[in-house]
Ligand binder design. Structure first.
Ligand code: MRU
Length: 344
């Protein structure tokens, strides 16, 4: 089994601090919901399924912290905790999906004691975490069928074990193909500005002895045009009902380049990433992050002081550029408004 960034032990959420990788493998311990919210906001834990599962544990921890004795007041406090966790990051729908599922669990147990509701919430969070690993294994199985015996695969950001509870989505497909004995080589985009590709994907693949070559983001077009890439697989933060997909900034550029070079472009994501409540990608909220992520690399300043900066963390790839979406329920192709509806 691959690395597991999220562990739940005796009511404590243990997370690999992903801001420290690859130089340090440090575990942080979250014993109150504020520290879970902070870990998500500051990207100590990141990746759509991982933040969903972490928020679920945050809900369970937070429920245990509520002092109110009055039932209605207790539920109001729980709603506030849900709201705090929802405010951490706006784009990945898995966060809202997991928190809403936890709220529904609490409501469906409303006639029990609050201690019993807290227990039910802990169990539900554990279930979400367990299901995520199972989903990723299923994505791996379905996706492996699309990977040739010898394949050079380009990926962006980190949609790996580190972005999930384990195994990964895009890297889950790569892992499954590697485990099946296929001759797999990966190009990992460094993924400016947060460097998830360089720091996390490269590290994670090296841990599992999967051959990986690191490139900077602006080299992707060159390697594709030179016939060095057979397919592109990336993850997703939110998929609209028509198949438009939000993923890490730079993904759209890759999809355009893949089309230009006749290379299949795949999205790998669990069905919990599909948001049927929105019709197109235009409705997906795009997170904008701090400017120093662009003006600095780690602690080193790389831009003149006072320069204007724009730092959107995600972009939307239009559905027509996506060859197929690999989910835990199977692989779907165009027309996505129909095939996605049949899936969820
Ligand atoms: O900002 P991040 O690191 O949370 O963004 C992560 C991504 O864009 C991933 O590709 C996506 O969440 C899928 S993770 C399986």
């Amino acid at each position: 089994m691959s690395i597991q960034p999220i562990k739940w032990e005796d009511g404590c959420l243990k997370l690999i601090d992903q801001t420290k990788l690859p130089s340090k493998l440090e575990i942080i311990e979250c014993r109150d919901y504020h520290s879970v919210a902070d870990a998500i906001k500051t990207m100590k834990v990141r990746g759509a399924p991982a933040i969903g599962a972490s928020a679920a544990f945050g809900m369970a921890i937070g429920a245990g912290e509520i002092k109110a004795k009055d039932r209605q007041k207790w539920f109001e406090e729980l709603e506030k905790i849900a709201e705090t966790l929802k405010q951490t990051r706006p784009t990945a729908v898995n966060l809202f999906w997991a928190i809403n599922r936890m709220m529904e669990t609490a409501r469906s147990h409303k006639n029990l004691t609050t201690e019993e509701i807290v227990e039910a919430l802990k169990k539900e969070a554990e279930k979400i975490a367990k299901e995520d690993i199972e989903s990723n294994l299923a994505i791996g199985r379905f996706g492996n069928a699309l990977v040739p015996q010898k394949a050079r695969i380009l990926t962006h950001c980190n949609a790996g074990a580190l972005a999930t509870v384990g195994y990964g989505t895009a890297l889950g497909v790569i892992r499954a193909a590697h485990e099946a004995g296929k001759d797999i080589e990966v190009f990992a985009d460094e993924t400016r500005p947060f460097l998830q590709g360089a720091r996390l994907t490269a590290w994670e693949l090296l841990q599992d002895n999967i051959p990986v070559t690191l490139i900077t983001d602006n080299m992707a077009g060159y390697v594709m045009s030179k016939g060095m890439v057979d397919l592109v697989i990336v993850g997703a933060d939110r998929i609209a009902a028509n198949g438009d997909t939000a993923n890490k900034i730079g993904t759209y550029t890759l999809a355009v380049l893949a089309k230009e070079n006749n290379i299949p472009f795949y999205i790998a994501a669990p069905v919990s990433t599909i948001d049927m409540s929105i019709t197109t990608g235009d409705e997906i909220p795009i997170e904008e992050r701090a400017h120093d992520e662009v003006t600095h690399i780690r602690d080193t300043v790389i831009a003149p002081e006072g320069v204007r900066v724009f730092n959107p963390a995600f972009d939307v790839t239009p559905h027509n550029l996506i060859t197929a979406i690999i989910t835990d329920k199977g692989v779907v192709r165009k027309p996505y408004e129909q095939t996605l509806k049949n899936l969820v």
